[in-house]
Design a protein around this ligand. Structure first.
Ligand code: UDX
Ligand code: UDX
Length: 460
């Protein structure tokens, strides 16, 4: 049975990155056996069930097609390592919360533990693929651990960063802008890199598969995320100016984005960026620049995070000022909690910050979201305040003083806002952190409307 597969691929870490990425390879390449392992038994049980642990449009279908055929989820990491030819590592690398570099550097403890585990179990040569986003030169650390025991087994470490965005992960994996593979520029390094190229070439045009040395590949991932986040902070910084000058951020973004050198994408002013990657990766970049004494470069990138914090803080000030400088005992409904639409993920979601600050102001919170309520409850479990979680947006908004849009779910674009207005305390306030509703229409219904980066529409 087993011998029918051309290659055996293992992935350590069944998260938002490892799960969808390996499911796509399995879906496209029935000739390979793909096993995904994780130390978290519950997570593996969920991957083997009808309720996958993450929500991602299109993921269910590809998992259902490949699971049991050539895609397997397991907790037997030792066996997985032993039988694999290629091992992808996508364990999490959060920001360090302790010791040197706390709040900035990446916490590499799971990464190192995984490297030692591979060394301990491996009985044959292997290619190790770094999927997790890691500080530059981490592959070198992996190599050193794998060769530390004077063992006879040859390991080749590659960098193959993931560029998928949550909510569109399946499309990003199926039709990527590019796949990047970094290898040592030695004969065996290039050979290993080519082996990985051939895997992706099963469904991706080779022109889009680019290769480089390992360090450039590692750095490119962090820099891509830093550039993307920088665009959001750039437009958000201008949204603050628009609110002061009665300019309209959408008109500005449109005019600016029409310049093909700048481009139209990723210019939506918002309540701030969230997600597991942007802040973490920029902080990594800042940390490494400081390490090399490049303080001006570090400060430059650090300002991207600072503007993001400023944007979130501004939203609260806007709410307070509009609502007569007090939120005490006022019921406020947050529409959305996920860090972006089409995902249940709430990591670094601006909504977490907003919720905590509103509770500090002694407001009563009602949170609604079609996919993220379970995570929202976890995020706010230690909070000492009045918070309710209600899936139905109409029920959530009823009796509130204000509505604040946190996530750009399509669902919120066309709610029956007349019905909602009638059910609220007057004067009713509407704060749109994503600019997704028709502000003029809401104003005409009776709301006092506060968009992002546009003049407010108020009845007083
Ligand atoms: C993670 C990192 O956050 C990101 O930087 C990197 O680019 C890819 O990996 P993600 O998949 O979103 O992204 O993380 P997460 O959903 O937390 O999944 C990591 C998984 O690794 C978890 O399921 C965790 O249980 C597992 N893990 C962690 C192991 O199997 N072994 C470990 O030693 C540590
Ligand atoms: C990002 C990168 O896009 C992806 O390439 C990388 O592999 C991982 O990090 P992700 O964090 O999943 O992906 O989502 P992304 O679509 O980039 O959005 C990040 C945050 O920026 C979200 O909070 C989103 O709402 C916000 N955003 C995005 C804006 O505020 N305005 C925009 O114009 C675009």
């Amino acid at each position: 049975m087993e011998t029918k597969f051309e290659k055996k691929l293992l992935c350590i870490g069944a998260g938002y990155v490892g799960g969808p990425t390996m499911a796509m390879i399995a879906y496209k390449c029935p000739q390979y056996k793909i096993t995904i392992v994780d130390i978290n038994h519950n997570r593996i049980a969920e991957w083997n069930s009808d309720n996958l642990p993450i929500y991602e449009p299109g993921l269910d279908e590809i998992v259902k097609t490949a699971r049991g055929r050539n895609l397997f989820f397991s907790t037997d990491i030792d066996k997985g390592i032993k039988e694999a030819d290629i091992i992808f590592v996508s364990v999490n690398t959060p920001t360090k919360t302790f010791g040197v570099g706390a709040g900035m550097a990446a916490d590499l403890q799971y990464w190192e533990k995984t490297a030692r585990h591979i060394l301990q179990c491996a009985e044959s040569p292997k290619i190790i693929v770094e999927k997790s986003t890691l500080p530059v030169k981490t592959a070198l650390a992996m190599e050193r651990i794998l060769t530390s025991d004077n063992n006879k087994i040859h390991f080749e470490v590659l960098s193959n960063p993931e560029f998928l965005a949550e909510g569109t992960a399946i499309n990003d994996l199926e039709n990527p802008d590019r796949v990047l593979i970094g290898s040592r520029q030695t004969e065996s390094g290039i050979k290993a890199g080519n082996e990985l190229v051939e895997i992706y070439a099963n469904w991706i045009n080779k022109e889009r598969i680019i290769t480089s040395d390992i360090w450039s590949s590692e750095l490119s991932k962090i820099v891509s995320n830093a550039f993307l986040a920088q665009r959001i902070s750039s437009i958000n910084s201008i949204s603050a100016l628009c609110e002061k000058t009665d300019a309209d951020i959408n008109d500005v973004a449109r005019a600016v984005g029409f310049d093909s050198r700048i481009g139209k994408k990723f210019l939506n002013a918002s309540i701030g960026f969230g997600g597991s990657c942007f802040k973490k990766d920029i902080l990594n970049l800042v940390y490494i620049c400081r390490h090399y004494g490049l303080n001006e470069v570090a400060d430059y990138w650090d300002s991207v995070v600072k503007i993001n914090d400023f944007q979130k803080g501004r939203f609260i000030i806007k709410m307070l000022t509009a609502m007569f400088n007090t939120l005490v005992n006022k019921k406020i409904c947050l529409l959305g909690f996920a860090f972006k639409a089409n995902t249940g993920d709430t990591r670094e979601s601006p909504a977490i910050y907003i919720a905590k600050r509103l509770i500090e102001e002694k407001a009563e919170l009602v949170i609604t979201d079609p996919k993220a309520l379970k995570n929202a409850k976890m995020d706010l479990k230690d909070i000492d305040g009045n918070v309710k979680y209600i899936e139905d947006p109409y029920e959530a908004a009823a009796g509130s003083y204000a509505i604040a849009i946190m996530t750009e779910w399509d669902l919120y674009k066309n709610l029956d806002y007349e019905k909602i207005y009638k059910s609220m305390i007057k004067p009713a306030f509407f704060f749109d952190g994503r600019n997704i509703v028709d502000h003029q229409k809401l104003f005409e219904i009776g709301f006092n409307v506060f968009p992002t980066g546009k003049p407010a529409l108020t009845h007083f």
